[in-house]
Design a protein around this ligand. Sequence first.
Ligand SMILES: *[C@@H]1O[C@H](CO)[C@@H](O)[C@H](O)[C@H]1NC(C)=O
Ligand SMILES: *[C@@H]1O[C@H](CO)[C@@H](O)[C@H](O)[C@H]1NC(C)=O
Ligand SMILES: *[C@@H]1O[C@H](CO)[C@@H](O)[C@H](O)[C@H]1NC(C)=O
Length: 446
Amino acid sequence: MKVEIILIICINAFFIGVETQIAQETTANPEQLSTGADSSQTYFIGTDSIGGEGAAGVEQQLSAVKTPATGTGGSGGTFNVKDFGAKGDGKTDDCKAIQAAWQTACKCTGSPKIVISSGTYLTGPVQFFGPCKATTITVQVEGTLKASTNLAKYGSHDWIQFGWVNGLILTGGGTFDGQGAVSWPYNKCPANKKCNVLPTNLKFNAMTGTTVKDIKSVNSKFFHYGLINVQKFNASGLHITAPGDSPNTDGMHIERSSDVTITNSVIRTGDDCISVGHGNSHVTIKGITCGPGHGISVGSLGRYQNEGDVNGLIVQNCTLTGTQNGVRVKTWENSPTPSKAINMTFEDIIMNNVGNPIIIDQTYCPYVSCTSTAPSKVKLQDISFKKIRGTSSTPVAVMLECSKNLPCQNVVLQDISLSHPSGAKSTCQNVQAKIVGTVVPTPCKG
Ligand SMILES: *[C@@H]1O[C@H](CO)[C@@H](O)[C@H](O)[C@H]1NC(C)=O
Ligand SMILES: *[C@@H]1O[C@H](CO)[C@@H](O)[C@H](O)[C@H]1NC(C)=O
Ligand SMILES: *[C@@H]1O[C@H](CO)[C@@H](O)[C@H](O)[C@H]1NC(C)=O
């Protein structure tokens, strides 16, 4: 008889403040101490807004306990969480059953599948952690997962956490409901640099070869999707919604990742539609409908020490409606270390009543006052805006504000047509954009 240790990882920790630099809290995490695991990842978040609304840059540390698969399972197989005791009645906490189904599937070789069939499953944080023995492992969500509204259950954890799994397929048309409305009043991040960061709905960490298809995410407490350190991640058919005034409910934040493709999805939230943070390469965003929200952003970059570069971004065939910004590159002033963001193309984009449809902002500082106004050390180069048309809700439709020390290089504006009722304008600083085709509003000279 083999002895199998089942780690109970349904969490019931105290809600301790997650602030910037929370190393002490990580070591104080009782769970982590009891398992001796020490996998932690620093997750840098720059949240934002423009136009004096006040916002924040938040750094969160993801501390995650790895749960190695113990024992051996068979090959393949389908595991319904209801067979592991899940009720799906919307009242019972189904965390342990979901977790047990995952543990079992994770031990199988081949292509196991866990099924969360129709029903409403209430749960606090769930950890779908590997490494698993499977080649691919499918999580088929047909029902609705509802996040517990009791913040004491989360500690510094996110809600649905995937980590150290290769070949994950998350699909099924189901819904992840973060029930965020109850906790939004506790989110002080839009006003305060030191703030408790609430749980992200779906976090993916250190994974290779992930597919997410036909999944809904509703009313996250904080971000809807957070990707850190993932390679080969494809998502399509996402449906992401939260009210336009909900704080920090970014659709997706991507960081330190490569070969990420997000296609044919609808994202309506209170913050960035998609934000591409530092250390990313080869990111493709296509066929996305955004709004309300803050638009599609690169950044914010240059806030922290030793950030990685951004290289290779394509944003194509997107429609933005009523968003605060359109396509934006934002870098902090006074960045501690140099970095760069290069090779980015924004193409075939329709703007409907969008504020700042095209914007590069290298003096980003969402707080009332920043400690310094030293120019940004993030170098921006090889950026094309092509075939962008529609209406601006602000008179300045094209704003290119580059760093005094590092003027932007090789910025191309091609076939742009943006209007505003009182006449659209361009502003620019420290940049000489190359003009191709017809560009309206009239380009300015930096
Ligand atoms: C993601 O999509 C690309 C292009 O369609 C494809 O080559 C790649 O294999 C896909 N990756 C995964 C993990 O499905
Ligand atoms: C553009 O995106 C829409 C979804 O917004 C999609 O239906 C359409 O097929 C895409 N077109 C191309 C040419 O990719
Ligand atoms: C520029 O980005 C595209 C898209 O990610 C990529 O295919 C290409 O290799 C990049 N070019 C360079 C010179 O890195």
